[in-house]
Design a protein around this ligand. Sequence first.
Ligand code: ACO
Length: 396
Amino acid sequence: MTERRVHVTGWGRYVPSQVLSNADLERMVDTSDEWIVSRTGIRERRVAAADETTASMAAVAALRAIRTAGIDPDEIDLILLATLTPDYWMPSTAALVKEAIGNTRAAAMDVAAACSGFVYAYASAQAWIAAGLAKHVLVIGAELLSRFLDYTDRGTCILFGDGAGAVVLSASDEPGGSLAVELTTEPQGAYMIWLPAGGAKSPPSSETIARGEHYIRMEGRETYRFATKTMATTALESVRKSGLDPSEVALFIPHQANVRIIEAVAKGLQLPMDRMYTNVDRYGNTSAASVPIALAEAVNEGRVQVGDNVTLVAFGAGFTSGAVTVNWTADPARGRDVDALVDRRDVRVRLPVDWDSVDPIPPALAELMARPGSLDVPLDDVVPGEPEPASHAPAR
Ligand code: ACO
């Protein structure tokens, strides 16, 4: 088997249009804009509409990444979708995305490593390509966290938002591309961020729901301590394994959980904050989606140039952490106009037959979603009907 180089050839992201501001949260829980901004740096986050799912957001981001790469969706050999908020326990959300993007050839599976999931999926894709098992891999991070949050728990509901990001990784003989990967898992933190019920250990029941065990729980301070320590060391390890010094990395794309954590990473690496990309103020923590959304925005904004070294670094539940250093080779201009070319209403995820959905919007967000200017999607649209003929599903 020949070892091949692995390049990022496509990138794209999608965020829902509905904004949930700190002022909105002030009306739901005992918090303040001042507290949220000073403790986290978050000003607003996005919330998916009733007709959106993890798969639908992922498919839009994926098609944008594929357009940027300039390939046909059917050229993708493998789809890896990192998420902690899949549409269903089974099938994988990746399988639904495969159909929605019009791919007939790829193997598709989900990757579960919480907020580090995208970096874990990226590292796996890199290994598949380097081993000669795939030429083009679609790596997606997509999350619909607003449906797994307790909007009476001010410790968690202020932090998270919805969205999706994707990259296409491609085999190449050209120099550059992915350098070294570092991944860690420290299970002593297993119950620091978790979702207690719904799995085999605690199957869903009226009792688990009454206890609110279907919502994300988090020990904020412990998580913060882990994150500040591990993000810098994981990033440093990936940079060193790449034969580089942190000063030779043009831009770090860290997981967007809290601007104070990102500031601690900069301090740990002895670098100024302008080497850290941040957009946590606009999207909050979108878990596995945060690194690919940030990467796509950084490249489209001209923060990454051909020849730059870039380090993606994340941490998350598990506790997990991951970093990958990349020598950037793609023309940054390629992704700039792609959002306008792939409209979310043209992307369709097939719904099941003979099964009635429920209104997926959490009651606490119902008023927000009904505001004038919000996307007005009647519940009828999210209740499965007859499937469209498979050959030509019309655009909505
Ligand atoms: N508004 C107002 N007050 C609040 C809020 C809120 N939203 N939340 C907590 N407080 C209060 C607390 O009750 C506490 O009050 P007390 O002193 O009277 O007890 C006080 O503020 C300080 O609370 P801390 O938890 O110590 O606040 P801290 O400065 O640690 O910030 C935060 C909390 C933002 C959650 C921080 O700990 C953090 O960012 N942790 C990491 C979280 C994270 O990154 N999670 C994602 C993991 S990735 C994944 O895989 C999902």
